[in-house]
Design a protein around this ligand. Sequence first.
Ligand SMILES: [Zn+2]
Length: 465
Amino acid sequence: MKTIVVAAALLFSARSLPAESGTPADRILRRELSTSQAYDTLSELTDRIGPRLSGSAGAAAAVEWALRTFKSWSIDVHAEPVTVPHWVRGAEFATLPSHHDQKIVLTALGGSVATPRQGITAEVIEVHDFDQLVALGAENVRGKIVFYSAAMDMDLVRSGNAFKAYRDAVVYRSKGPSRAAELGAVASINRSVASASLRTPHTGGLKYDPKQPKIPGAAVAAEDAELLHRLLASGDTVTMHLVVTPQTLPDVVSANVVAEIRGDTRPDEVVLIGAHLDSWDLGTGAIDDGSGVANVMETMHLIKELGLTPHRTIRAVLYMNEENGGAGGKAYAERHKAELSKPVAAIESDSGAAAPTGFRTTVPAVALRALKQGLLPLASLGAADLTPTTDAGSDIAPLTETGVPGFGMAPDSRHYFDYHHTAADTLDKVDPKELAQESAAMAVLAWTLSEQPGYLPRIPTKREP
Ligand SMILES: [Zn+2]
């Protein structure tokens, strides 16, 4: 018995000794890479709570869970109310009466209005872009279902620029329905914005132009988009029967979850770290953005657990409603308007769970020398790059627009859009090791920013058109 106790004590000291040595960044890194804590947090959120679309029971449960979890780690936490939309998906299916009622796999876009209960049956016309739509004119579009067939540029995806490819293609999802409605279309469908597909349609928000009538919008799986394209390109007339029955219910009061570890010498200066707690309803939001939530919560957990006290305050914000409205990010900036000169930086993690390469930042390269030095411990993970951007993340955009220096986690993006906004966005897509690397990268960046004596320049970013 004695031998066992002694052996256990030796084992314990052998393990704990190295964790005490080295700089705080070294300790953060060593500790995080030796645990599965971030993954455990993520699995609680995705498996036990599940989908978390704004206004849903899952979203409310996620807020309660985050509050409870921070408290269990003895970290100060509170909820800040946010009013969010409450859109619920209904039935959704489509067939091709012109082609033996073949089934078309699709999903309604978030915010879409419903078709009449009996559905819409109309001819499908394909356009590759808005120029083609305009060239067709109202006489060819009226009464039809407009099909936007643009795909993600896979060369961009493969070369590590998946977010650029996404931005190029996503305009047909967000603006397609109103542009089609302007010319009299009865519904709008787009090829799913996807870098891979096993006939998984990708949802996402649409933005209605208040000047146009609202028509239903849906995303078809890539395979179904290819089928429609082949039929139409061969000269066939294609008719579609489309039923989508989502509803927009009254707004709901939800919350951002805000936790902080107060700084000892500069408590009024704040390093913000954030991710969004809501997710789309189809999957369980593991990569979008459960992994970001895990990065943020784990950063706080690590700093607390290692007994580190930062000079500046490190504040975590789990934003609500990034996916279909962005109310959480706006509410945080509005509520903290009087202290917008206080955040020395805002970090966001909302680009998936994969090996980190570093961060995108709104800070010009010339002003990053000291910070780069602080991030050197991340070089061993290949996660020390700082690349320029004007968009460090959508929840922190209301902050970076006022000049708060922004940082966005930049993981390998090559497979993010394989699963993004689909039923396949589930825990099994996340590698625990890569998630730990991301969490370590966020913690080291947050720590470095909290300890740096100087300040980064405040250069406001411009609002996306
Ligand atoms: Zn997201």
